[in-house]
Ligand binder design. Structure first.
Ligand code: PGA
Length: 248
């Protein structure tokens, strides 16, 4: 059975005082964690140190939302994998559709970022997903296959046991729109079958896009969904705790 993950992507949200109360409340409300489920909070870079302090001695991990594809040097505004390692990050999201759309990150860059993370022992959570137009023209699996093929070309096969894939239909992110349960299951199964065929093993596949407390349980029951990447609902500790409860 694949490891399950519930990952909070705070995006560019949060302030120091709010983050503390969020994390304290979450720690108090989740006293029991099911076996085989990892919970990860990904705040903006400036709050990683704060999250590290608040989550010390907790089973909740902290991770970054991005990383540079370079090691160090004249890359103004960038943050390297070794800096994330210094901050004890164990995970980092890469290739989110907002990074792909607004910062023009392509699959080769995303693969390079994942390699930098893996070199430092940080697990990449790599996002893939189709646009609404691609969904409407029935191209979802073709698009995902192309994204995964490009990633496999850039990341050595031996590393893939440490990679988590997040399937995030772009049109579902922040919109309240969801694919049908059948479509979610089929696409996540497709990703696992692709991994099995090309890597010789499956990998954890998360679903992301408008995950809320009231829809998490039905998706958590899908056989090929190994958890969630949660945006909006991860900003409310009660809502995020309720999503974690879907696995308890
Ligand atoms: P959402 O975002 O849960 O707000 O739809 C998910 C994401 O962007 O990872």
């Amino acid at each position: 059975m694949n490891q399950k993950y519930i990952v909070a992507n705070w995006k560019m949200n949060g302030v120091w005082s709010q983050n503390s109360s969020f994390i304290q409340t979450l720690k108090q409300s989740i006293t029991q964690f099911p076996e085989g489920v990892s919970v990860v909070i990904c705040p903006p870079y400036p709050y990683l140190m704060q999250a590290k302090g608040l989550l010390d001695n907790s089973v909740i991990a902290h991770g970054a939302q991005n990383v540079s594809h370079q090691d160090n040097g004249a890359w103004t505004g960038e943050v390297s994998a070794s800096m994330l390692q210094d901050l004890a990050c164990t995970y980092a999201i890469v290739g989110h559709s907002e990074r792909r759309a607004y910062y023009h990150e392509d699959d080769a860059t995303i693969a390079a970022k994942a390699v930098k993370l893996l070199d430092k022992g940080i697990q990449p959570i790599i996002c893939v997903g189709e646009s609404l137009a691609q969904k409407q023209s029935g191209e979802t699996q073709v698009v995902i296959t192309a994204q995964l093929s490009a990633l496999i070309a850039g990341i050595a096969t031996k590393h893939w046991s440490n990679i988590v894939i997040a399937y995030e239909p772009i049109w579902s992110i922040g919109t309240g729109l969801l694919p049908s349960l059948t479509d979610i299951e089929d696409t996540c199964a497709h990703i696992q079958a692709f991994a099995q065929q090309h890597l010789g093993h499956t990998c954890s596949v998360l679903y992301g896009g408008s995950v809320k407390a009231d829809n998490a349980t039905s998706m958590a029951n899908l056989p090929h969904v190994d958890g969630f990447l949660v945006g909006g609902a991860s900003l409310d500790p009660a809502a995020f705790a309720a999503i974690i409860q879907a696995y308890i």
